[in-house]
Design a binder for this molecule. Structure first.
Ligand code: AFP
Length: 345
């Protein structure tokens, strides 16, 4: 007889299989895909943790499709995830921050399309700050099973069948949703397994943390300037001033927002007129997770996940987090839309 006092650990594998068994007709392909990502994540986590020792840190000398310097670990993570997805032959194409065009995998009949940012926040690697891998999974829409084409990958975020991230921080965690709530797993390095640490995560409806790169203040819209000032005003009744926190890895900033509540914002600016963050492999997957946890994600006025994608590397502004905080920033953006700050004499 098992000892009832001993807490039973549920591994990621076990959890995925149990979830799949709730759908008798399921063939297990999505489960396999999630397990593949989990395996690649363990390998990336190991490499991230020993990065300093093996001299894998630092630039590899090339730039990615956005002209940003590529670090060696970005390439490593990209390759590991692509290998893992290739292995199970159920994904026909991968779109990654590190590759200009689509990457066709050998199974052109594979029914899934996977977007990923293999190592988000990689400019933080050298200073030992949390980074992460983000993924977003779609079904291939086209009936044809010929060579997959880029236009088939241009689906809005509401069509995601699963999405999530792996955060390499003080511990390595994997958070994902298949549209039935959000689950979180923590990697136990002693047994090499992701263990369920929280199921059906619900985030606070409001929070007292705001997160934005305030260095770009001068190029924000007036409504956003007013909202950030609102966050800083002292008001006991509404728990203000809020605290400012900004890591500079979206995946880590959004994870904190999921767990503690508040808001993360990356608006358009003079430097990034369409916003900096990528719709398909940063904003959509994190929006899916946040919405599933009861939060909200907007591109300003509308829902991020309803933005019709025009290109695979498209950028978008984003306001994501607790429902009340996101609604508040939207009310400021609406109130001051099209207005300029008056210059004081
Ligand atoms: P890197 O992957 O180049 O470090 O960029 C990270 C990122 O795409 C996102 O994770 C951050 O939230 C954002 O950029 C930070 O951008 P700023 O440095 O402009 O604040």
């Amino acid at each position: 007889m098992p000892d009832k006092k001993v807490k039973r650990l549920v591994t990621l594998e076990e959890y995925i299989i149990q979830a799949q068994n709730r759908f008798p007709g399921a063939k297990g392909d999505l489960s396999q895909l999630l397990r593949d990502i989990g395996l690649a994540a363990k390998i990336i986590s190991r490499e991230v943790n020993k990065a300093g020792i093996t001299n894998i840190l630092g630039f590899d000398g090339t730039t990615n499709v956005h002209g940003e310097a590529v670090k060696k670990l970005d390439l490593f993570a990209d390759q590991q995830l692509i290998h893992a997805l290739e292995r199970s032959q159920i994904t026909c194409m991968v779109i990654s921050e590190e590759n200009d065009g689509i990457v066709r995998l050998s199974s052109s009949e594979g029914k899934y399309v996977v977007y990923m940012d293999p190592l988000d926040g990689s400019s933080n690697i050298d200073v030992n700050v949390s980074i992460g891998s983000i993924f977003s999974i779609y079904m291939r829409e086209s009936k044809s099973n010929g060579k997959p084409e880029e236009h088939e990958a241009l689906q809005p975020g509401v069509k995601q069948v699963a999405a999530g991230y792996v955060l390499y921080g003080s511990s390595t965690i994997m958070v994902y949703t298949t549209g039935l709530g959000v689950s979180m797993f923590t990697l136990d390095p002693s047994i090499g397994e992701f263990i369920l640490s929280e199921d059906d995560i619900k985030m606070p409806d409001k929070g007292k943390i705001y997160s934005i790169n305030e260095g770009s203040y001068n190029s924000w819209d007036l409504g956003l300037k007013k909202y950030v000032k609102y966050c800083q005003v002292e008001d006991e009744k509404t728990n203000r001033p809020y605290s400012a926190r900004y890591i500079g890895s979206m995946v880590a900033d959004v994870h904190r927002t999921l767990m503690k509540g508040g808001i993360f914002m990356y608006p358009k600016s003079h430097k990034y007129p369409s916003g900096k963050l990528r719709l398909m492999y940063e904003c959509n997957p994190l929006s899916f997770v946040i919405e599933q946890a009861g939060g909200m994600a907007l591109e300003g006025e509308g829902r991020i996940m309803e933005v019709p994608p025009k290109s695979i590397h498209q950028r978008t502004p984003i306001y994501i987090g607790s429902r009340e905080n996101v609604q508040k920033v939207r009310s400021f953006l609406r109130e001051y839309a099209g207005r300029e700050e008056s210059v004081q004499a």
